[in-house]
Design a protein. Structure first.
Length: 316
């Protein structure tokens, strides 16, 4: 059974678009994030001058649907950020997130280990593109320190999505039976698998695709088909369709169709169905529960528990 977690957020400027700190009870870590525009004030914070790891995030200027992430470490993060701000090869970033320790017990060796592991996690998660030119391997820590750093990483993976950064979230994996495969990672989000398998069929184009919703992700299953090109006018999800082709997640198959090479996560049923049909589409109506004529919208409405007290409140 899942247990609740409490994360304390503090809006330093009193606004959600400024500097924000995040802490978890009984964890020595301290997370702080800010837009790049606030960098002069951000680096003045005493926490930023400590040893720690950091993330620089932004969108690919040539592909707005793609997120770039750079992972780094330093024994004085503030100085390193000043250097990155002058680096013309890292112009992409518009947000920074720094993780340090409240008790200042993080050493240079700890930070190097965290950087190495976090780079691997971002790469494996596949939710963003790494900008790091190298992927250092570092495991030279005593056994007890390794255990502490793994716990530290788990807390980072819990905290960052709350701050709008999900590039450390492990993607759910679905087996052939439609059952979510659980991971040994303590930070992996486990949901009761209540979603049935949804399908899209199009005899006209020879399309057949399957998908399943797990948590907040709508996942098109591997070997599903999609049209080979975007058939509508520019805009909508055209960039997403083209991006998946460039990244090799949509590959040529048969009769001019493309095939999903792997389970692919979308943020909505409509994003998925539009990518499949090569044109804008209302996926809430197009996706049907496998073996029935029930739409995704019908299925979702059934999951909403009717509350008589809410319904009656309209009459008062």
């Amino acid at each position: 059974m899942l247990k609740g977690r409490s994360i304390r957020l503090f809006l330093v400027d009193g606004t959600p678009s400024g500097i924000i700190t995040a802490e978890i009870m009984n964890w020595t870590g301290h997370v702080m994030t800010a837009p790049r525009t606030r960098l002069p004030d951000f680096i003045k914070r005493s926490e930023i001058a400590r040893t720690g790891v950091y993330f620089l995030t932004g969108v690919n200027p040539e592909e707005p649907t793609q997120t770039f992430v750079y992972v780094g470490e330093s024994d004085n993060v503030a100085k390193r950020l000043v250097s990155h701000n002058k680096d013309e090869t890292k112009e992409f970033w518009d947000k920074v997130c720094v993780v340090t320790s409240k008790d200042q017990n993080l050493t240079k060796a700890h930070a190097r280990y965290l950087e190495s592991r976090l780079i691997s996690i971002v790469s494996a998660a596949g939710r963003a593109s790494l900008v790091n030119s190298t992927s250092p391997e570092y495991g030279f820590l005593p056994e007890a320190d390794l255990a502490d750093m793994e716990f530290f990483i788990e807390q980072i993976r819990i905290t960052l999505p709350v701050l709008g950064m999900d590039f450390l979230r492990e993607k759910p994996r679905v087996d052939d039976s439609g059952v979510m495969q659980k991971s040994s990672s303590a930070s992996t989000e486990f949901w009761e698998n209540k979603s049935p398998v949804f399908i899209i069929k199009s005899p006209k184009y020879g399309l057949f695709a399957q998908a399943q919703q797990i948590g907040g992700d709508f996942i098109v299953l591997a070997n599903s088909h999609a049209r080979s090109s975007w058939e509508s006018s520019a805009g909508g999800y055209r960039n997403l369709h083209e991006q998946l082709v460039r990244e090799g997640r949509l590959v040529p198959d048969r009769d001019g169709l493309l095939k999903f090479k792997e389970d692919t996560t979308f943020n909505s049923p409509s994003a998925a169905s539009a990518t499949i049909f090569g044109r804008p589409d209302n996926g809430r109506i197009t996706w049907r529960v496998k073996g029935t004529n029930k739409t995704y919208a019908d299925w979702q409405n059934e999951q909403i528990v009717s509350d008589a007290s809410i319904e009656n409140s309209d009459d008062e």
